[in-house]
Every structure is written in C-alpha cells, then in structure tokens.
Design a binder for this molecule. Structure first.
Ligand code: PRE
Length: 365
C-alpha cells in the first residue's frame, strides 16, 4: 500500500468511529424527544397537545449557530440540526404542513427549510386554501409567501389575515434563484414560448428583455406548472427554480437569471395557537384607524416613544368601505413583553380595530 492509501485508511477508520458515536448520540436524543412527548401527553390528558414548539426550536438553532466551533459554517451546522430535530419531532407526532403548491414550488422549499424533511407536506392550489386547511385542523400548520425583495408584498396573503382567526407562528426567508429551463428531449428546438409565474417574470424582466427579447411569455399559476409544461411541450422553456427543474427533469439553459442577486422571498408559518417568547421575536398586527388628519402619526408615535423597531408597515384598502385603510405592521418584540403591551394598549385606544396576528421567533435559518 502507498503512503496515501495507508493514511486514507486510517482517516476512514477514524470517520467510521466518529459516525458510530454520532449515531449513538442522535439515537439518545431521539429517545429523549420520545420521552418529552410522553410527558406532554400525560400532563394534558384528552387535550390538544402541541408537540411542535417553534420557540424552543429557534432557541436550539440559535445556540447551535452561536456555539458552532467550525470548520462547518454556523448555517450549515444549524441545517444539520434542523433535520435532526425534524426527525425527532416526527417520532413525537408526524406534522402535516399545507403549502401553496403544486409540488416543486418555492413555497414547498421554504416549508422544508423551516420544518425539515421529516414532515408530510401537503400541496394546495391557492393561498386561501392553505388558510382553510389549517383553520379546519386538516393540517397542523401552513406556509404562504408574504413578500419578495424585488416585487413587494403578496397582497392576497395580507388580506387573508383580515378575516382568518389563524396566528402567525414563524417566518422563513428563501433566496430565490430562477433558471431558464428546457427539457433535454427538446433542447435542440428553437424556443418560441416561455412559461412562468407572473412574479418570476417580474423578477427576471431585465434579463429576459436583454437575452430573450420578443419571445412570447405565458403566465401560468406556478413555477412548477411552468416546468411541467416545458417538460411536455417542444419549443417551450420555463423559468423556475431547482426543485421544479429536478421534479420535471429539466436542464438549465441559463442559471440564476433573476435581475437582483439578493432576490429573496419571505414566507409565513400560520397555525392555530400563539407562540411563547423565544427571546428574539417579532410581532404582527392589523390596525384600522379613523380617517382623520394625523392618524398615521398617532398610530406610529407610541412605537417610537417606547423604542420598538418597526420592520414593516403596509397599507391595504379596508374591506369595510371606500377610501378606508388597514395598516399591516411588523415590529420587533413579543406581545408578552411589557413595552409591547403598553404600546398596543395605546394603539388600541386610538384605533377602530386592532387585530393581533401573533408573535413569533425571528427566522433563524
Ligand atoms: O422540547 C420539546 O418540546 C420537544 O418536543 C423536543 C424538540 C427537539 O427535538 O429538540 C422536538 C420538537 C419541538 O418542536 C421542539 C424541540
């Protein structure tokens, strides 16, 4: 054996021994999680037990990122632990997660990033269908897109909160990379039509105008549907992401064609219960104010006075009348915090209506 072969054999031996220890430790952890489930069930007989604890998961992942010694990055290490926790939770209770489908959308990728791959993900055809699935109890949680860094807010999601009793339980951000995709079967044919979702066309507008000017653009209901069509129809291409490309066996003609390199979409996790504080949280509210001068100032002033950072404010037309508006506000802090309680009490005094949409951990992954 050469020196190289001897050294490789030694290192692989070492890796085998380490893997054995990792396996034993993961098994010990999983047994602990089973015990946690037992404690939760016996302490709450006959009740709806909340096995998934978003605040605890956020704390675990934050600690892993902070204490990670390297050489793996904190993100990479947290992703590994994300999957370990996902498998442990599935032992406690398999989670059904509804998402804006079909299979292969960025929303599915966001759901798996947030919950890990041990959940049962359920595709639904529209944002309101995701809300209904969770409201009815058919799914434990739902995942819907809420804003994109290039294209702005997804109004349909915001408007759903006006009537839905659901709470926001978490958020997750996903870097969105779009590719121009073709089927390997048809790749020698001239492309005369490109399919995509309207948001993706908007996020790749400059690239398309420069590189594929004049080719017909056909809007379909999702990127995954675009990929499906491009897979089936000769002379067509799709703009979609990696999951859809893989699902329909498409090849990349051009990689990462989004106009802005930081193109990111934020998704919300919706559920039926409130989430306790994790130590690094955000809250969302809907407020409708009387239509009078200074109303917006009056609404925002208490946040400033109590030192609460606003992370977003959006205006939506109120369903109750012409030229009446509802403000959708995100701010840092948890509704259990003393400062937040004070601010919301003041806002409530001035508002026509204040709806608390929930407090949830700031996205870790
Ligand atoms: O700490 C809990 O309550 C658990 O159920 C354990 C555990 C984990 O694996 O760490 C699993 C699922 C929860 O979502 C949070 C954490």
């Amino acid at each position: 054996m050469s020196d190289e072969q001897v050294r490789l054999a030694e290192l692989r031996d070492e890796i085998d021994q380490i893997d054995q220890k990792i396996m034993e430790l993961i098994s010990a952890r999983a047994t602990c999680a089973q015990e946690v489930a037992h404690v939760k069930t016996t302490a709450n007989p006959g009740q709806d037990v909340f096995f998934y604890r978003p605040e605890r998961e956020a704390q675990v992942l934050r600690r892993i990122k902070e204490q990670n010694p390297g050489p793996l990055s904190g993100e990479e290490m947290a992703r590994l632990f994300r999957e370990i926790m996902s498998a442990c939770l599935a032992l406690e209770k398999p989670m059904h997660i509804a998402f804006l489908g079909p299979v292969g959308t960025f929303t599915q990728a966001a759901a798996l990033k947030h919950f890990g791959h041990s959940v049962i993900s359920v595709p639904l055809p529209a944002i309101d269908a995701v809300f209904r699935e969770v409201e009815s109890g058919a799914a434990h949680y739902g995942v819907v897109p809420v804003e994109n860094s290039t294209e702005g807010m997804i109004n349909h999601t915001l408007d759903m909160f006006m009537s839905s009793p659901l709470k926001i339980c978490g958020e997750v951000q996903l870097r969105i990379h779009h590719h121009l995709l073709v089927s390997p079967k048809h790749k020698d044919q001239e492309i005369t039509r490109i399919y995509s979702h309207q948001q993706s066309f908007a996020q790749c507008r400059q690239w398309l105008d420069t590189h594929r000017y004049g080719i017909e653009r056909v809007t379909v209901s999702s990127n995954a549907e675009a990929a499906r069509r491009a897979g089936a129809e000769p002379g067509t291409a799709a703009i979609a992401g990696d999951m859809a490309a893989e699902l329909y066996g498409l090849e990349k003609l051009a990689n990462s064609i989004e106009d802005r390199p930081d193109n990111t979409t934020r998704f919300l996790i919706i559920g039926r219960e409130e989430v306790p504080a994790s130590g690094h949280d955000k809250s969302s509210i809907l407020v409708s104010m009387r239509n009078k001068p200074g109303a917006l100032y009056q609404l925002l002033e208490p946040f400033h006075r109590h030192g609460l950072s606003l992370t977003r404010i959006e205006t939506r037309p109120s369903p109750s009348g012409t030229w009446a508006y509802v403000f959708y506000i995100d701010f840092e802090g948890h509704m259990e915090d003393e400062q937040v309680r004070k601010v919301l009490a003041e806002v409530e005094d001035e508002a026509v209506e204040l709806k608390r949409l929930g407090s949830y951990p700031i996205g870790v992954l």
